[in-house]
Design a protein around this ligand. Sequence first.
Ligand code: NDP
Length: 430
Amino acid sequence: MNPATIDVEKKAKPMHDKVIGGFSNSGAFLLLVALPPLTYYMWMALEFNQGALFLPATAADWSMWLGRVPAPTPLAIGIWLGWFGFQVLLQIYAPGKWVEGTELKDGSKLKYKMNGWFTWWFTWAVLGGGIALGLYPATILADNFGSLMTVVTLFAFGLSLYLFRYGRKNPKGEQVSGGAGYDYFMGTSLNPRIGNFDWKLFCEARPGLIGWVAINLSLAAKQYELHGTLSTPMILVCAFHFFYIADYYFHEEAILTTWDIKHENFGWMLCWGDLVWVPFTYTIQAYYLVSHPQELPIWAVVGIVILNVIGYIVFRGTNIQKHKFRKNPETLVWGKKPEFIKTARGSLLLVSGWWGIARHVNYFGDLMMGLAWCLVTGFNNVLPYFYIIYFTILLVHRERRDNEMCAAKYGADWDAYSKKVKYRIVPGIY
Ligand code: NDP
């Protein structure tokens, strides 16, 4: 139990430390101080060490590497503010239907503007148009990667502070510990908003996600500039990621029933994660391929594509099945009437289809895709495999947190579901 929470628990409303994070105070502190340097470390390995890991041995080594931490530049600040502002304007003004989110604790429902599909394609038209008109080179994000990372890191720390204060000023019964550091990390508000502008949905779904793909494409342009060719692995990784995010916007409404949107306060963990971690570490494979334009044998290409497609079918099939079922429990699941458990709280737990195979088989599909993305880089270095290593840890941890939360929420109904559906993520194995 996180010590900072005990006191508050006694004084205030009942609170469940594990639901707040599954992160102890020290765990949260460690992530807060270790993750930003880790992102710099990985970037330095890619930029200065051919993607190989390194260990500074002497004081001189340390000072050399530390001296390479990129400073913010006026160009990087301009790119970031322009990008962020552009995405804010699209979120507010781009056409899209208004959709109600799931029911909040007080019985109300928030409205969200689902204009991601339009935004996605409009953004590419504008970015492509800018390149075609010669306003900026296609390599601009690749060339300014380091300084951009610094700018966005500072921005995310600042925005998290605003969010922390926002939640403290506008409490709506969120689960908080009362400890400033811990609450800065986990967040103090479930749905921080200015009018209808939802900070969490916006940061989760726009600047970082589209930024991830934009950086990939810029890195591909860099490979072309340096080597006069686009390697098949680079094309594959860019295509996989492009498709993954396009698909996300195509099914945008499904985000409203995800755990982050429904249950997670919006603090540093999500804010920095969305704005820095996603675009600057999910692009590691493309970054690595810039300096490693090697080709793959055709059998490897075919195998990787098949793995990605199977992963996608499992991932998307599972997520959309829950989404459709929760919207209309009469919806047929794999051609049959769905089997489900009606919980004492009123929610329905699907027991047939993908949700009858494992309790989070969607994570398994996501992991298969993640593995395919890493495999395109070959086997010479471990760094391009960072994504699958980290993602496995994240999803295993996430499943544990979700399981505990569902067990607390649904009690005996969750036990019954867990007895019927034994496996957590990988059917027959885990
Ligand atoms: P889920 O979409 O699986 O949502 C879990 C919630 O669904 C539970 O808390 C519960 O909420 C509800 N639920 C659980 N079991 C059932 C059931 N049998 N029937 C109906 N509802 C059920 O989890 P996530 O939000 O974590 O993941 C969504 C997707 O996002 C996944 O595919 C994941 O891989 C992906 N993801 C990707 C990340 C990335 O960085 N690329 C990061 C995190 C996730 P309740 O009952 O309260 O509705």
